[in-house]
Design a binder for this molecule. Structure first.
Ligand code: UD1
Length: 337
């Protein structure tokens, strides 16, 4: 059984990916400092998969800890999720973001090269496209200047990976550019756990529906879109997790020193209003919402061209927007029990 180190494996996307890896015959080894996740997740993963996964509490830029893990497990690959992702905070504390997001990648790359660990899947983001001139965006769409230090860390990490692979370190790498992950595991045992006030749309919506927050503010309704609200490509987190498994399977067949980038989205754009109305419809409830001012830094519209990931990885999303919003709500309800 191939052992895959998952940095940030107790987090939102990492935990769902751990499940899909187990389902596909991999053995995930989790390292997480629990800075934005909870140790319970390891128990939840056991309930879902029937397996107690190896878990190391600590920072993935701690080389001593990485060496200890490598001494205890023969690793064949790494999926690097661990990163800070709060856009607003990154504008106030840019160095925190550069140290953590860029610094941890550098440590991991040295570690992989030294230990002869070949396969790396890196969590990138559609944020690298900024507001693209043409939609949908393909992997060839030019990247734009980042709107935030957070976004810049993703761009810089992509550049580091490309340069590193070009130096022929014996590593093969895929960057997955995530669109907007939402939803939760259909078991409602794992999901997103935002700390404090959520800045992302769907966790905010579910907290309003749960009565924790009074109302959702839609950030602007005067954009050039069908109903004036921004458009995103919302993808179910289990589909996104599955893309990582497909990426690893593909890497195994690639020559070393190769680097590929894939968009991971559904290929559909939905407005903020459509998300809210679909949430109300599938869950049979009314949501308190109001229109507010635009949020600085928001792109107006973006969705993915998914032909590359469909053809090359054989990956297709299985869940709809309805499924995602039902699963997000079931997860929120399970938290409130
Ligand atoms: C944001 C980041 C993105 C990052 C991702 C992960 C920005 C500009 N982009 O994506 O780089 O990878 O989070 O954390 O911050 N909305 C509301 N009301 C709310 C919350 C959101 O109307 O209370 C709207 C937003 O204006 C946007 C959509 O909902 O149109 C989605 O917002 P969000 O979930 O924050 O994701 P992004 O902004 O796309």
């Amino acid at each position: 059984m191939k052992k895959i180190l998952i940095t940030g494996g107790a987090g939102y996307i990492g935990s769902h990916t751990a499940v899909e890896l187990v389902n596909s015959g991999f053995e995930p080894i989790i390292i997480d400092d629990l800075s934005n996740s909870n140790a319970d997740v390891i128990d939840r993963l056991e309930e879902i998969t029937g397996k107690r996964l190896a878990f190391y509490l600590g920072d993935c830029s701690d080389r001593g800890l990485l060496d200890k893990i490598a001494a205890e497990h023969e690793l064949s690959g790494v999926i690097h999720f661990a990163a800070f992702k709060a856009v607003g905070e990154s504008t106030k504390l840019p160095l925190k973001y550069y140290h953590n997001n860029v610094g941890s990648l550098l440590v991991l790359l040295d570690f992989m090269k030294d230990k002869g660990i070949k396969d790396l899947v890196f969590s990138s983001s559609c944020t690298v496209y900024g507001q693209a001139d043409e939609l949908p965006v393909t992997e060839e769409t030019p990247r734009k200047d980042a709107e935030s230090p957070y976004g810049n860390t993703k761009k810089i990490c992509e550049d580091i990976l490309k340069d590193f692979v070009a130096s022929k370190p014996g590593i093969r790498v895929i960057s997955l550019r995530y669109f907007n992950p939402i939803g939760a595991h259909p078991s409602a045992k794992i999901g997103e756990l935002p700390s404090g006030i959520p800045s992302n749309l769907v966790p905010f919506v579910t907290q309003v529906a749960a009565g924790i927050r009074e109302r959702v503010t839609i950030f602007g309704d005067d954009y050039d879109t069908v109903d004036g609200t921004c458009v995103r490509d919302y993808i179910h987190v289990v589909d996104l997790a599955d893309a990582h498994v497909k990426a690893l399977a593909f890497l195994e067949k690639q020559p070393v020193d190769s680097y590929e980038v894939f968009n991971v989205g559904t290929g559909n754009g939905n407005t903020v209003l459509e998300v809210i109305q679909t949430f109300e419809k599938v869950n049979g409830l009314k949501l308190n919402y109001q229109i507010g001012p635009r949020r600085p830094g928001d792109v107006v519209k973006i969705w993915a061209d998914t032909q590359k990931i469909n053809k090359v990885l054989g990956w297709y999303p299985k869940f709809t927007l309805e499924d995602s919003l039902r699963d997000s709500w079931n997860w929120e309800k399970s938290l409130r029990k």
